[in-house]
Design a protein around this ligand. Sequence first.
Ligand code: AMP
Length: 468
Amino acid sequence: MLQDYPKHYCGLFGIFGCPEASYMIYLGLYSLQHRGEESCGIVTSDGEELYLHKDMGLVADVFNEDNLKLLKGDRGIGHVRYSTTGSSLVKNAQPLFVDYLGNSLAVAHNGNLINSEPLRKELERAGSIFATTCDSEVFVHLMARSKETDVVMRLKRALKKIKGAYSLVLLTEDQLIGVRDPDGFRPLCIGKKGDSYCLASETCAFDLIDAKFVREVEPGEIVRITKNGLESIRFAPKSEKSAHCIFEHIYFSRPDSIVFGETVHLVRQKLGANLAKEHPVEADFVIPIPDSGTSAALGYAHASGIPLELGIIRNHYVGRTFIQPSQRIRDLGVKVKFNILREVVRGKRVVIVDDSIVRGTTSKIRVKNFRDAGAKEVHMRISCPPHRHPCFYGIDFPSAEELIANRYSMKQIQEYLGADSLGYLSQKGMLDAVKLCKDKYCAACFTGEYPILFSNADKYSLEKSSKC
Ligand code: AMP
């Protein structure tokens, strides 16, 4: 088995009033691929009907000239997904698409709802039949049940009942809608390409299609985009507090994106610089674990004065379907994604920098790889604090028992990894690297202080409840 975790959760894109909408969404999704590699989908509209194509697989595998041509119209939404709720089945691929009362509606969701299980039970008791095991489907059912006539009013009604993390893009025949939950857990940005508005999880999607970043959708805001332009509607009051996911900066978002008002690469550099101040060590080289540790390693190198070197090279062509028929092939498979530059590291004292340790499995292999290649000393530095608590808002961390830092002391982790020293960035050092103040971020995976209370924390709870 490749020791990497299944990657990421979801990415969203939407555009209105653009002649080649399906191609723009396709490109947008391409740049958001890192947010979900399991399935993807696009829904477009020409003002009369909605057109859908979705499947399991990467954007480049699912879409082609033929199916993009069939996605007609000048508006649409797209989604890339890794399942954090509901398992990997094509029926769970998004956007979700429904017809009700003579209207069509497509919805794509990034985040995790924390009260979806009781809501789903309530809806099922009232006669709703669910087509997926995604928590996102409750949006659709709640909207369909509302007595309001306007789609945004229906949405507002539905949102009153929902708790958790959600950035959403929705499409009807004549409207593109963007929503961000009142705490602003996940990012969602507004861009403009000529006269067309677009929405995306990350600004790197705007860069690819030559759109300009306008602003973020605010927490608690709905933006409705029609041929008359953009209308902002609040469904929750503006608040001094928010709960932006700090892990977007540490790991998830692309370094070239602006997230929560800051360029991710620069935040990561600062994380690395703070790490160097907190955990200095004498060494010959600073070596990033590609790609997640690159920006922080650069920051560590600049701040410490130790030269940055490439000691590990990543193969970018390793798909999720790497064939592993036997143990012998599996053992070799561990190395398929990375190779060590032996001549660079042999006899050297190296500081290897990565963004995080979750279970510790891959980090242990990396340390061993450097030792096998002849490194004299291997020092591990991590650009965030130890992960001790699971995330209920959309990031796929395992249960608390599986998180290595929850079970072991620093000394024990260092011994398990086989490193000569180990240093994690402190919570203070982490929060110092971002401009917004402490109460604007959710750092629950480090602190255990959950900004909103939860009742269904189990990733597969919807599947269980739908079976009984
Ligand atoms: P491990 O040593 O097995 O805990 O793996 C650490 C690696 O996993 C680091 O390189 C991280 O960049 C990466 N990582 C951290 N969080 C996640 C996540 N939620 N999903 C996938 N990979 C992750």
